[in-house]
Design a binder for this molecule. Structure first.
Ligand SMILES: O=C[C@H](O)COP(=O)(O)O
Length: 334
């Protein structure tokens, strides 16, 4: 899919089974970035078979869906968010499955929880208090989410404020114009500054892929974001016209693989926006397994960003346990 200038391809590096080292970034390598090319029809062809070549059924599907819950950044990013609905979301994050389903599936001992709760900066203190003692981190969308067009100093200050309020993960948005004008230096500098402001908090770089015009730009923006030190690259804010799709995911996973082969650092992937069905979630899990391997199916290297996915996963698990589909209102989200 991509040209590989200046790369000496050797046998694939083994991925550590345990914790991976945090990506420290590297100097901007414009030769690598500018040489990236994407064959759109090849990507679309491969993406179109993602949900058909591999399917998991019955108890295996239930197991994959339980894993999907643990990989979820349970999200609310609405203009009408209140402390009350964030507290209810956090209660759901602690116990994401209805107790009768937990019992029917016999998974009580697994103590299933979501990967994180994702909110706007203003709701970080509420979420931190509501999740105390649960081990579930709070992720904050910062840097003028979703457009990312506020002054740079203000965006950096927002990151610092979210970290000070207790966010352990920061989802930043990039300036799309830097990508659309090919200003890779500006994109690199921006993301690097954001990463510095994050400190110990892990940073997910939202590329807003639906606004980057071409898959080639998605590939180049992914590479620059990783070179600048992103811990994760994330597709979308959920507010673009087109959000997470398998073709975007495929291109980003190939870039993660390429970066890993170049540097030995494993960067995570977060598809987000419009992922509302268990079927779509499974397609993303197949993508990860096929493109990056099982190690990228753990919460330190993969997350779904989703506000409504859990409802459909619960419905599918209820069908698995009772052989009947239940109405979505039986699985209310806060
Ligand atoms: O980062 C997460 C997204 O904003 C969630 O989007 P969604 O509401 O379409 O699931």
């Amino acid at each position: 899919m991509t040209a590989k200038p200046n790369l000496t391809l050797v046998a694939p590096r083994p991925v550590p089974a345990g914790p991976v080292d945090r990506n420290p970034g590297m100097p901007l390598d414009l030769d690598v970035v500018r040489a990236l090319r994407v064959n759109r029809s090849a990507v679309e062809r491969r993406a179109s078979t993602m949900g058909t070549r591999r399917t998991v059924k019955k108890e295996w599907q239930a197991a994959w869906l339980l894993r999907a819950i643990t990989l979820m950044d349970l999200t609310t990013l609405s203009g009408d968010d209140t402390p009350g609905n964030v507290q209810r979301l956090c209660a759901k994050a602690r116990n994401p499955l209805r107790s009768d389903l937990v019992e029917a599936l016999g998974v009580g001992k697994l103590d299933i929880k979501v990967g994180a709760v994702c909110v706007y900066h203003a709701l970080v203190p509420t979420a931190v208090a509501a999740l105390e003692g649960s081990g579930i981190p709070v992720a904050a969308v910062s840097t003028g989410f979703p457009a990312g067009l506020s002054p740079v100093a203000q965006r950096i200050e927002e990151i610092r404020a979210s970290v000070a309020a207790g966010a352990q993960e920061i989802d930043i948005v990039i300036t799309r114009a830097h990508v659309l004008t090919g200003n890779w230096e500006a994109l690199y500098d921006e993301v690097k500054q954001f990463r510095e402001a994050c400190g110990e908090a892990h940073m997910k770089a939202i590329l807003a892929t639906g606004e980057l015009a071409t898959l080639g730009n998605v590939a180049r923006a992914s590479m620059v974001a990783m070179q600048a030190g992103s811990d994760f690259i994330k597709t979308s804010t959920g507010k673009e016209g087109v959000n997470a799709t398998i073709p975007f995911g495929l291109v980003m996973c190939r870039m993660i693989r390429e970066y890993f082969e170049q540097t030995g650092y494993a960067v995570g992937f977060k598809p987000a926006g419009g992922i509302r069905t268990a079927k779509t979630a499974l397609e993303f899990l197949y993508l990860m397994k096929e493109e990056l391997g099982d190690r990228w199916l753990r919460a330190d290297l993969f997350r779904f960003g989703a506000s409504a996915l859990l409802t459909d996963i619960e419905r599918q698990l209820e069908h698995f346990t009772t052989q009947r589909y239940s109405a979505a209102h039986r699985h209310p989200m806060p």
